[in-house]
Unconditional design. Structure first.
Length: 286
């Protein structure tokens, strides 16, 4: 069983993740630390997008490794690998991968991510360090879960924020918001003040005989994608010690996810080292 989804944007996120994991384990290999790789939406380990788009042309795509197998092949490796997913079929695939790597210390769990991540954070001791990969299928991740990650002070986070899902739930016209989505948006953004934050009064010009008056219309319009992404980035920077410039993943130029990197370690030396690595990695992405 393989996931069937994605395309070039899927490959890009995995290329970024792979490069950072190689940097991370190499940089810390002589530090006498206990290194963990954590994949909270692990999937099956393999992905089969069927087709990808290349310069406007749809072409067949071969199977390729997902984040699980990518992490397991990194050398030097991690001391522990934690793979979590709610889907029982995915768990079976992960257990098969575990059998294929008897020398690896692999832990498999089937839990809601918003329970799994906080509990993992609580297990970290002084000598533990971790890279956490959060690649939600949609809007499953609560903002409150990110607060546990930040409070750990021991985790480097790679997270795909579902910017396309958020824009679908927050139409440009404030009056068209569906009430049943309000709770999901509040959970996703970690504040019930999101309407005030994401919407601004719609302004129209009223032209008179001798002067122009600017009046605020009764309706409001949502921030555009750039503004929306900027607001989310600001929120993350209020929570984490360091957040890199976000990397947007698109499909046919339409925003899908915003790929964020954040460091919970308050040690400036640690996050400056990570900053140099991430800046270099993202600079070379096309």
């Amino acid at each position: 069983m393989k996931h069937t989804f994605g395309g070039l944007w899927t490959r890009k996120k995995l290329e970024v993740l792979e490069k950072y994991l190689k940097f991370y384990t190499t940089a810390l290999k002589n530090m006498h630390l206990n290194l963990h790789y954590v994949d909270a939406f692990a999937g099956t380990g393999s992905q089969d997008p069927k087709v990808i788009e290349s310069q406007g042309e749809i072409i067949p795509s071969e199977d390729f490794h997902g984040s699980v197998k990518t992490a397991l092949e990194i050398e030097p490796g991690f001391n522990h690998y934690h793979f979590n997913d709610l889907n029982p079929d995915h768990i079976k695939e992960l257990e098969s991968i575990q059998l294929e790597h008897p020398s690896k210390n692999i832990h498999i769990t089937q839990r809601d991510v918003n329970l799994f991540v906080p509990d993992f954070c609580k297990t970290l001791k002084n000598a533990d360090r971790a890279v956490l990969f959060l690649d939600p299928y949609s809007t499953q991740l609560d903002w409150d879960t990110l607060r546990y990650v930040a409070a750990s002070k021991k985790i480097d986070l790679w997270m795909l924020f579902p910017i396309s899902a958020l824009t679908r739930m927050t139409p440009r016209d404030h009056a068209k918001i569906r009430p049943e989505w309000s709770g999901t948006i509040t959970r996703l953004l970690g504040t019930d003040e999101w309407e005030n934050a994401l919407y601004k009064p719609e302004v129209m010009q009223v032209t008179g005989d001798f002067f122009d008056d600017t009046d605020e219309a009764e309706s409001a319009e949502r921030l555009n994608v750039d503004e929306l992404e900027g607001w989310i980035t600001k929120r993350l920077r209020e929570t984490f010690c360091y957040v890199a410039k976000p990397y947007r993943l698109t499909n046919k130029n339409s925003p899908l996810f915003t790929f964020y990197f954040a460091v919970s370690n308050p040690n400036e030396k640690a996050w400056r080292l990570a900053d140099r690595a991430v800046t270099s990695i993202l600079k070379n992405q096309h």
